[in-house]
Design a protein around this ligand. Structure first.
Ligand code: GRG
Length: 282
């Protein structure tokens, strides 16, 4: 892809090949609705930290955002969290209808893999990276996390919550770090270390989300707080605001220390990006 293209244009470029239809409209509606684009940005920062030109990661960056957007569309459905607002606009099923929203999620998930295979990386790298994408998104990854989350009840303790977050949030934040290492031809031990860092960032990110849910308005967040409505156990209800906030800071600090120790990796830009996530307000 062209080096000067913005990430938004790269996403639009990937959607060009879709046949005009209601499902294409529904996919475009959610995928192009903004969002922080954290997962693609993490991938680009890892690739750049290894001294590689970031555009080689474009297809995987778009694939990550497609999978993330599918998960949000399905998570908002009436059968899951039943939310009305996402990324500052009506949720996909509110704007279209439930059946179309299910298809948009299915379409984004499968199209993510088609997009990933358009990559110009070596066949070996593509297979390895696609495997990570599938593992982290699937029933041993994010889907497992969502399943555990649906089972959560008033007996859920902090260990259970950490396990839910590891899969539901951590896996899709580990994936870009691991894929970045694959693009940089790192060995399996290094890829596992990036997975560990991703899980740490994932827990920090999720409990930060819990904190923002209780401290920031719906207008600023651009999404409704279904956790309160659905009486969910969260880090706040278990640990309180102060302890959650301290834990979040500690986890971000610990993940930055691990990143500093990664061999052959210039950590400056990635750490700066993580510090920006740490200070996010939505
Ligand atoms: C339906 C299989 C399936 C999974 C759903 C991602 C997810 C799992 C649920 C969304 C709800 C939630 C609180 C998930 C935890 C991860 C998280 C904080 C997602 C929101 O990610 P952001 O803040 O969203 O990066 P934007 O809109 O900025 O991209």
């Amino acid at each position: 892809m062209v080096k000067t293209m913005s990430f938004e244009d790269k996403l639009k470029f990937q959607l060009q090949d879709l046949t005009d239809s209601r499902v294409k409209d529904s996919i475009s509606y959610s995928l192009l609705a903004g969002g922080k684009r954290i997962r693609p940005m993490l991938l680009y920062e890892v690739v750049k930290g290894y001294g590689i030109e970031e555009t080689v990661a474009d297809e995987f960056a778009c694939a990550l955002e497609m999978i993330h957007t599918y998960s949000l569309i399905h998570d908002d459905l009436p059968s899951m969290d039943n939310d009305d607002l996402r990324r500052g606009i009506p949720t996909n099923h509110k704007q279209f209808d439930e059946a179309t929203a299910i298809l948009a999620g299915d379409g984004l998930l499968t199209y993510a893999f088609e997009t990933a295979t358009r990559s110009k990386l070596s066949a070996e790298q593509i297979v390895k990276a696609v495997k990570v994408l599938a593992l982290m998104a699937g029933p041993n990854g994010m889907v497992l996390g969502q399943c555990l989350d649906m089972k959560e009840d008033s007996n859920t303790n902090w260990e259970d919550i950490k396990r839910i977050h590891k899969y539901k949030t951590g896996c899709l934040l580990s994936a870009p770090l691991m894929i970045g290492a694959i693009i940089a031809n790192q060995n399996d031990d290094v890829i596992l270390e990036w997975q560990k860092i991703g899980n740490m960032i994932g827990l920090a990110f999720q409990i930060q989300d819990d904190l923002l849910d209780v401290t920031v308005s719906t207008e600023i967040l651009g999404k409704t707080n279904s956790d309160v409505r659905n009486e969910k156990v969260t880090s706040i209800s278990l640990l309180g605001i102060e302890q959650t906030s301290n834990l979040m800071k500690q986890l971000y600090e610990d993940s930055c220390s691990l990143i500093c120790n990664m061999k052959g990796f210039d950590s400056t830009a990635l750490i700066h990006f993580i510090q920006k996530i740490n200070q996010r307000t939505k």
